[in-house]
Design a protein. Structure first.
Length: 289
């Protein structure tokens, strides 16, 4: 509705407003986990959410609706996602993410926000003539839509708190390491908004909204959440061996598989979705064995 009302392209809305809203669970869960001393769960959730977004959710989306993409809108955001994953892996190699080096990730986040603002202005200018023809939006309608949007955000934050509390308890009860719970159950749980958005986009044949949301959410996850957690933890965030040896490389691999074909041909493919689902399944098997 916001895309229709403002004239901003759906890909940009997906990569900005929708991404920021659907990333709230990851941010809330990871920061809360860090404050509560559940560092492995916090880190696993942030990285695991990106892996789940790509391998599971984008994989499902591409199997259902492989789509074309405009290189001008997609290229910078895709490269920022890959570069963010690679930089996070490099910065975490020593077993911790320091707050000061972590600021480099914030630079990527700032570039991402700048590119979205630029693209939004451009899209609004292109559709200005079309917007003039749209009927005037009443104040009541505006308040109603924004209130529902805010209600959705509030539900996301509340659900995130329940997820972190009971995810930790389940890990203890089952004797499963918090790092594995973080990159599987909690990561998939906090990725549910992206999944719902994707399924809705598939039903409405809005492929651009789905792809933009997932790419945008991943850039935010990689470049904002862990640096914030590092600052909250007192300057250095402990990164476990499993995260640097398996979770982050798997995340980087899926980032590359997701963006290389569309960067080369301006298309996503069904075989690409199948490959991503297969890679994600293999990753989960390695985790639990």
């Amino acid at each position: 509705w916001i895309a229709e009302a403002t004239g901003v392209p759906r890909f940009i809305i997906g990569a900005t407003i929708v991404s920021l809203a659907t990333t709230l669970p990851e941010l809330t869960v990871s920061v809360t986990g860090t404050l509560q001393g559940e560092v492995d769960l916090a880190v696993g959730n942030a990285v695991g959410s990106v892996t789940a977004n790509l391998g599971l959710i984008l994989g499902i989306s591409l199997v259902c609706i492989p789509s074309a993409v405009k290189r001008a809108q997609f290229q910078l955001k895709a490269l920022l996602m890959v570069f963010g994953a690679a930089l996070l892996l490099v910065l975490s190699r020593g077993g911790s993410l320091e707050a000061l080096p972590g600021m480099l990730l914030f630079v990527i986040f700032a570039v991402y926000l700048w590119s979205n603002l630029r693209d939004a202005r451009s899209g609004m200018a292109e559709e200005q003539a079309v917007r003039r023809k749209r009927r005037t939006i009443s104040r009541r309608q505006m308040m109603e839509k924004l209130s529902l949007f805010a209600l959705g955000i509030g539900a996301i934050v509340t659900g995130s708190k329940l997820l972190i509390d009971y995810g930790s308890e389940l890990a203890l009860l089952m004797g499963v390491p918090a790092s594995i719970i973080g990159v599987t159950m909690v990561a998939i749980g906090t990725s549910l908004p992206e999944l719902v958005t994707t399924l809705t986009a598939i039903a409405k044949k809005e492929a651009s909204m789905s792809v933009g949301n997932i790419i945008g959410a991943n850039v935010i996850d990689l470049t904002m959440i862990l640096p914030v957690c590092s600052a909250v933890s007192g300057g250095a965030l402990t990164i476990g061996a499993q995260t640097t040896a398996l979770d982050m490389p798997a995340c980087l691999l899926l980032c590359c598989v997701a963006v290389i074909p569309p960067l080369a041909t301006e298309r996503f493919y069904r075989w690409q979705g199948v490959l991503m689902l297969g890679l994600y399944a293999g990753y989960v098997v390695l985790l639990v064995t």
